[in-house]
Write a protein that binds this ligand. Structure first.
Ligand code: CMC
Length: 436
């Protein structure tokens, strides 16, 4: 065997040969290392998947040490500068950049699926006025599955295609509905003549004007943010999408699960948490005290650190540059000054340097959203909208992968051994139950 491991099990003295494929060994190769015939063999223990590849994927490549991010081979910096969100979404889903005809068809399909059933609006009306828009998004995306029962036919390519159009197209509509509901404003219908980002701004901000005209710079900045969030290989929400998808529900239900995973402050909720943290710090002179608190373990510096990037997140580089440009237009922000000071101190401090903690995508994105007039609660919603293309491409790849099955990890049981039930009247304490 050219690429292999030779393992000696010191419990038995037996030696095994385990194949190495693409820099990995199969966890099931270790099943053969057993003590007895009925022992199921050695398990591989990896809480939080620190060193476990869960799939083979051809969608996104990350080199965390070098700070490289490629979608289908294309560097994120080139996509951010030269592509559009819709084109990048096509690339993620189909594997290649579209020809002009494919691009026009894709745009036409996405544009013509932006409307949601009127009953969805009634459903949203039932939420409390201050309901968090992520809660509304999770529920309405899950609810969409009830409007499209054919979507459960996930083995039919045509059904998958339509679900992909619908989800990418309707996500901005649902996001904007959630926002308008929170303000008690009338809902805006999509405007099919506008770009993906322009239409989103229209549904969010149109008031009484007959035609909403997005400011080109704002429309562009938003589209770039959408591109930067479009996919990021096997992160927590994508893992949720694949895991839930592996039991073969419709993609709306799996996407609702992915949005729920994204909601947490350690993942997509981080951009909201960054702004709240910086609002708390308030001024540059309070930064050293805050950093001391982080180093003492009181809290985390939100927007810093990443499981994979041990270098500056390449998306954060693009966003930082954009934040500077946006602030040039909208005027300087005292909060942005606090963020810059935090970054400066953290990048020089041994605590952060030794742990290789650098700004991630969420450190500066919130400032751009804020400058665009988007409220903090909507930040993770925008992240979910953008990530939908990535989730769907990963979901379809997983479904078509012959090696994939229902996701079902093993465990190491550390609980009680078998014991007999103690009737209620005889239970006085846990000790008695053990004695029993
Ligand atoms: N502030 C302070 N210390 C940190 C931070 C931070 N933001 N992140 C990690 N550390 C420390 C951590 O305390 C640990 O120190 P020690 O070795 O002394 O115990 C060490 O660095 C390693 O941390 P970890 O928790 O083992 O790392 P992880 O890979 O499990 O966590 C992370 C990755 C992103 C959850 C974490 O860095 C974090 O909580 N960051 C803040 C939240 C955030 O910005 N999330 C957005 C991530 S990027 C976008 C996305 O995925 O949605």
């Amino acid at each position: 065997m050219a690429e292999s491991l030779t393992i000696t099990d010191n419990r038995t003295g037996k030696t095994y040969e385990v194949a190495i494929e693409d820099g990995a060994v199969r966890a099931t190769s270790f099943e053969q290392l057993s003590l007895t015939a009925d022992d199921h063999g050695l398990l591989v223990y990896d809480p939080a998947f620190m060193n476990t590849a869960s799939c083979r994927s051809a969608i996104t490549y990350i080199d965390g040490d070098k700070g490289i991010l490629l979608h289908r081979g294309y560097p994120i910096e080139q996509l951010a500068e030269r592509s559009t969100y819709l084109e990048t979404a096509y690339l993620l889903v189909h594997g290649e950049l579209p020809t002009p005809q494919q691009a026009a068809e894709w745009k036409q399909e996405i544009t013509h699926h932006t409307l949601v059933h009127e009953n969805i609006k009634k459903f949203i009306d039932g939420f409390h006025h201050d309901a968090h828009p992520m809660g509304i998004l999770i529920s309405t995306v899950g609810g969409l599955s009830t409007f499209y029962p054919q979507a459960t036919d996930i083995h039919d390519e045509e059904q998958r295609r339509i679900s992909i159009y619908r989800l990418i197209a309707k996500m901005p509509t649902l996001a904007a509905l959630a926002y308008r509901h929170s303000l008690g404003l009338p809902y805006n219908y999509p405007d099919n003549e506008l770009s993906f980002a322009g239409n989103f701004l229209n549904m969010m901000f149109k008031m009484v004007e007959l035609k909403y005209e997005p400011v080109p710079e704002i429309e562009h900045a938003l589209d770039v943010l959408f591109i930067l969030h479009a996919d990021h290989e096997q992160n927590c929400s994508t893992n949720a999408m694949r895991a839930v998808g592996s039991s073969h529900p419709d993609p709306y239900s799996a996407t609702a699960a992915a949005i729920a995973a994204l909601y947490g402050p350690l993942h997509g909720g981080a951009n909201e948490a960054v702004i709240r943290m910086i609002e708390r710090i308030r001024s540059v002179d309070r930064v050293p005290e805050f950093i001391d608190g982080v180093k003492a373990g009181k809290e985390r510096l939100m927007g810093f650190g990443h499981r994979i990037y041990k270098n500056y997140d390449p998306r954060a580089k693009v966003i930082k540059k954009m934040a500077d440009q946006v602030v040039d237009v909208t005027g300087s922000s005292p909060l942005l000054d606090v963020a810059r000071e935090l970054e400066k101190i953290a990048l020089e401090d041994d605590y952060f340097v030794s742990r290789r903690l650098y700004p991630n995508v969420d450190f500066y994105s919130g400032f751009i959203y804020q400058a665009l007039g988007i409220p903090v609660e909507m930040f993770p919603v925008l992240f979910a909208m953008s990530r939908t293309a990535g989730w769907l491409s990963q979901w379809e790849e997983s479904l078509l992968d012959k090696e994939q099955k229902i996701a079902r990890p093993r465990q190491i049981y550390v609980g009680e051994q078998r014991r007999d039930y103690v009737p209620l009247g005889q239970r006085t304490s846990a000790i008695d139950q053990h004695a029993g």
